[in-house]
Design a protein around this ligand. Structure first.
Ligand code: AHM
Ligand code: MG
Length: 338
């Protein structure tokens, strides 16, 4: 029968959110509306990335962001799309973006109860080559009596109510997790304009012989880091060396790691003692996804990534994350060094 070939009962992100909300009697629907605004920003960014080469959106914008990175035109557009979506949701009080030095305070919504941290287009050095990039986001609920400042986000990732990312690859893939919940993956159906639940309850494999790191930094690595990666490449007798995979877009490297297993690392080193990646909108959301999928994520000191508290909204950290067993090997090597 035709009906057996066509799934007429698909779970869209909208349906998923409605069903989640129904599980929580106390829910007001604010979080659901915030997520609707989020998904709109992902769809828009996906659309602009797809069309970038055609509508003159490749290349530099001629400006630089807070940290002196040259901004790509798409960095600027992605950031604007994201800010407007968050503002118009009416549910966000404070927004931190990688592209904005200061936190953005939506004082027109004094009763909004959420704070959001995001990297609107992460991995933008890959954009002009058409390689996957992504948006990373973390959502915090403001404490009762919060004044609505950047200080409201100086929290450990354990306080996140939800986090995830969207990868703009061959298709747009949205990965979403909520506090204490499962990790779910959605694929954007361009024709329907809907994210469809395609990867329910994602679990990261316990181990896999793949490592993902910018090996060009190895000159600057500390000894335990060198020892760890050498142990993967030159295993003891009879062992098979690991495969290397590095896209240079955290979202794409993390998504592959989530699906296939292995380890992704951006260690702190002698050149960047604090690491490269940002705690609030790169490390913590990814750590929450990894942990909720059964993996681990630790800082450069091997402490739990989700417990790192930034002192400033743009603070950085070293990170090792991925399969439980693979991350455990790094922890063990570091421990042997202390
Ligand atoms: P960005 O936020 O400026 O795009 O930088 C973050 C990106 C990550 O996506 C990726 O993991 C890392 O930088 C790659 O850095 P490198 O080129 O040093 O290997
Ligand atoms: Mg980034």
């Amino acid at each position: 029968p035709v009906s057996a070939e066509v799934n007429t009962d698909i779970v869209t992100l909208t349906r998923f959110l409605t069903e989640e909300q129904a599980k929580h009697a106390e829910a007001t629907g604010d979080f659901t509306l915030l997520c609707h605004a989020l998904q709109f920003s992902f769809k828009s960014i996906a659309y602009y990335i797809r069309r970038a080469t055609l509508i003159n959106l490749t290349g530099l914008a001629g400006s630089s962001n807070t940290t002196g990175d040259d901004q790509k035109k798409l960095d600027v557009i992605g950031n604007d799309v994201f800010i407007n979506a968050m503002r118009s949701s009416g549910k966000v009080r404070v927004l931190v973006s990688e592209e904005e030095e200061e936190a953005i305070i939506f004082s027109e919504h004094p009763n909004a109860r959420y704070a959001v941290a995001c990297d609107p287009i992460d991995g933008s050095s890959n954009l002009d080559a058409g390689v996957s990039v992504g948006t990373i986001f973390g959502i915090y609920k403001l404490a009762v009596g919060a004044r609505g400042t950047d200080k409201d986000l100086l929290l450990p990732g354990t306080e996140l109510v939800a986090a995830g990312f969207t990868m703009y690859g061959a298709s747009a893939q949205l990965v979403l997790t909520m506090k204490g919940g499962a990790v779910n993956g959605f694929t954007l159906d361009n024709a329907l304009g809907e994210f469809i639940l395609t990867h329910p309850n994602l679990r990261i494999p316990k181990k896999r012989a793949i490592y993902s790191v910018n090996e060009g930094n190895s000159l600057y690595w500390e000894d335990p880091v060198k020892e760890y990666f050498n142990s993967l490449k030159y295993p003891t007798e009879g062992g098979k060396p690991y495969s290397a995979r590095y896209i240079g877009s955290m979202v794409a490297d993390a998504y592959r790691t989530l699906l296939y297993g292995g380890i992704f690392a951006y260690p702190s080193d002698k050149k960047s003692p604090k690491g490269k990646l940002r705690i609030l909108y790169e490390c913590a959301p990814m750590a929450m996804v990894m942990e909720n999928a059964g993996g681990q994520a630790v800082t450069g000191n091997m402490s739990r990534m989700l417990e790192a508290v930034p002192e400033h909204i743009h603070d950085r950290s070293g990170i090792f994350m991925g399969s439980y067993g693979e991350v455990q090997k790094v922890i063990d090597i570091f421990e042997a060094h202390t």
